[in-house]
Design a protein around this ligand. Structure first.
Ligand code: IPE
Ligand code: IPE
Ligand code: MG
Length: 237
């Protein structure tokens, strides 16, 4: 019989897409969609925790998102600061370790300080992991990993997959078992492109600000119904 624990993803990555469309449908500015998206994060973190999912990685801002209008970028950055400030204490009480993954040197000094503080405060927590991907790109992450190994003086001609995996922002975490993308687009948009090599993909038409516990339940059900083969043959025993 299938092991029920194996049917629950240990790590879920979420591409939180559709804030702009959510706002447009209501005749609201895109910023209203981003604010509503923050509420969805709260709901989903709670639902994931209740379901027993240990590790979540949320795609909040890509290396390509800088190409958006300056005002929208500023709104998003302000929301990240406010949310980080507002949520750290409760996440800490719940034993969640917060990590921000991405190229943080390009973030404002204030946001970098908040990130460093949140990571320091929650560093010893073991009940769960929340990765927030800000100024994150999968390609940039791989480049950064290789640079780091080169800086450490490692012989890159002998590089193994495990070496590079250990130099990524997600070092030490299990690879995501499930990637959820909201708002219907069938692409990864540069999210966890190394780690998601064998992740199951669940795409929903639901726009991110509308995503809630029931959508997560459906995603988990979908995941539990998959036959993960990792390149092998289907086990019919
Ligand atoms: C996702 O929503 C939020 C970010 C990428 C920061 P979008 O802003 O991409 O929403 P759509 O895709 O325009 O609907
Ligand atoms: C992906 O959404 C990035 C995040 C959710 C942060 P985008 O809206 O940026 O992706 P594309 O442009 O549709 O591929
Ligand atoms: Mg989008």
């Amino acid at each position: 019989m299938a092991d029920p624990a194996a049917q629950l993803p240990r790590h879920i990555g979420i591409i939180m897409d559709g804030n702009g469309r959510w706002a447009r449908r209501r005749g609201l500015p895109r910023s209203a969609g981003h604010r509503a998206g923050i509420q969805a994060i709260r709901r989903v973190m709670e639902a994931a925790d209740a379901a027993g999912v240990h590790c979540l990685t949320l795609y909040a801002f890509s290396t390509e998102n800088w190409s958006r209008p300056r005002r929208e970028v500023a709104t998003l950055m302000r929301l990240f600061e406010q949310t980080l400030k507002a949520e750290v204490d409760e996440l800490n009480r719940n034993g969640v370790r917060i990590r921000v993954i991405g190229r943080r040197a390009q973030l404002s000094e204030r946001l970098q300080r908040l990130v460093a503080e949140a990571e320091r405060t929650t560093a010893e927590n073991r009940s769960g992991v929340l990765n927030v991907a800000i100024n994150y790109g999968g390609r940039a992450e791989i480049v950064d990993g290789v640079r780091r190994l080169a800086e450490e003086g490692r012989d890159l001609t002998q590089l193994e997959e495990a070496d590079l995996a250990g130099a990524l922002y997600t070092a030490g975490l299990p690879d995501p078992d499930l990637i959820i993308r909201t708002a219907g687009e069938l692409r990864t948009s540069n999210f966890l492109i190394w780690q998601a090599a064998y992740a199951e993909l669940h795409v929903t038409q639901t726009l991110w600000p509308d995503f809630g516990a029931e959508d997560l339940r459906l995603a988990l059900l979908d995941y539990a119904s998959r036959d993960r083969r990792f390149g092998g043959v289907l086990d019919l025993s």
